[in-house]
Design a protein around this ligand. Structure first.
Ligand code: FAD
Length: 334
């Protein structure tokens, strides 16, 4: 494999209902920094149906090039179609680095592409850098229960790939009117050759705020005692218009679904305000929320580790304190 043939940094642009996922814009910011260090171009790969207009946004957020696959066959995300497009593009233009959001789509696509190329993939990266002279991607992520940061290298294969957690990197301020090269691509794939069909899309009808995009999160832990006790968390979140988060233990207990889990094996969040209620503050939880703007902890154990990580700590019983907060916030906000 001739490494010199591989140039440039790419970002897979995730799109849904005509909108670019925030993590893709964040990755354009991170990718721009890597590309500049390498004196190389930054490209966005846009795959979808009727997505041509998204290219302008991709340029405004820092890309020099957009590779565009615009075809009804890409209307819904399917591993098979998206993987074929991205593989074809990668084999034709040979990027040095490809970044994906660590979302369910990004993780699925990145692992399929990595297997087929084949190349290495670092999952759930939280810090990215590149060696200026060698182009070696330094992809760091928490390892061994969050006790160390491991920097993972892909020394023998190109492109180097990583999925990156949402809300960890910073998007650049968009530069209105900034333009680049738009390269329209296609693959010779017919619908009847695709093995997966999207028959129906059933939208989650429960109205909930996504935790990776929320400004305020109310998170509960095993200290709430039972699924019934955990309802207090929903009530406080409802009053504040906040998203609901949980520790792994409450997810494993089935009190709340996995996409609410904060931490090493859940979602990394950086809201403006994070309430940690009945959560002990295990390192695996802390790595997922410690960069929140303001952390308010409620725990009846004054020695709980969460008190080392919070800005404000309330020592007491959640069943006494949270109803008071609900009442007070209700009076002020409603
Ligand atoms: P506990 O540790 O049981 O804490 C409950 C807390 O509630 C205690 O501090 C107690 O004092 C307090 N409490 C009890 N009653 C009350 C009351 N009435 N009022 C107020 N406070 C009360 N965990 C995560 O959260 N996210 C992850 O992503 C994650 N990933 C992991 C990955 C690995 C590889 C491993 C090994 C573990 C992981 N964990 C993760 C688990 C983590 O180590 C802890 O076990 C978990 O976070 C503990 O959850 P908890 O704080 O809800 O429960």
């Amino acid at each position: 494999m001739e490494f010199d043939d591989y140039r440039g940094v790419w970002v897979f642009i995730e799109e849904k209902d005509g909108h670019i996922a925030p993590v893709s814009l964040e990755l354009l910011g991170a990718g721009r920094r890597l590309a500049d260090k390498r004196g190389a171009e930054l490209a966005g790969v846009v795959i979808g149906d009727q997505v041509g207009t998204l290219a302008d946004t991709v340029f405004e957020y820092g890309a020099d090039v957009v590779y565009l696959y615009d075809d009804p066959i890409f209307k819904h995300y399917r591993t098979e179609t998206f993987m074929k497009a991205l593989l074809a593009c990668t084999q034709k233009y040979k990027p040095e680095i490809i970044l994906y959001g660590a979302t369910s789509t990004g993780k699925d696509l990145a692992s399929a592409v990595a297997t087929d190329l084949p190349t290495g993939l670092t999952a759930d990266t939280t810090i990215l850098d590149v060696e200026e002279d060698t182009g070696l991607l330094l992809a760091s992520r928490p390892a061994f229960g969050g006790n160390i940061m491991a920097t993972i290298l892909c020394k023998k294969y190109r492109p180097q790939m990583a999925t990156v957690r949402p809300k960890v990197m910073k998007a650049l301020p968009p530069e209105s009117g900034r333009r680049g090269r738009l390269i329209a691509e296609s693959i010779p794939l017919r619908e009847d050759e695709v093995r997966t069909k999207v028959l129906d899309i059933v939208k989650d009808t429960v109205k909930h705020v996504r935790i990776d995009e929320a400004d305020v999160i109310v998170a509960g832990g095993k200290g709430l005692g039972s699924p019934g006790g955990f309802q207090l968390i929903h009530q406080l979140a409802g009053v504040l218009g906040a998203a609901v988060g949980g520790s792994r233990d409450v997810v494993e207990a089935g009190w709340i679904e996995h996409h609410h889990q904060v931490g090493q094996t859940g979602v990394t969040v950086t809201p403006k305000i994070y309430f940690a209620i009945g959560i002990s503050g295990a390192i695996q939880h802390l790595v997922g929320m410690q960069n929140s703007g303001l952390i308010i902890a409620i725990n009846k154990d004054p020695e709980a580790a969460i008190f080392q990580a919070c800005h404000y700590g309330i020592v007491g019983d959640a069943f006494e304190i949270v109803p008071m907060l609900i009442e007070q916030f209700n009076d002020v906000l409603h």
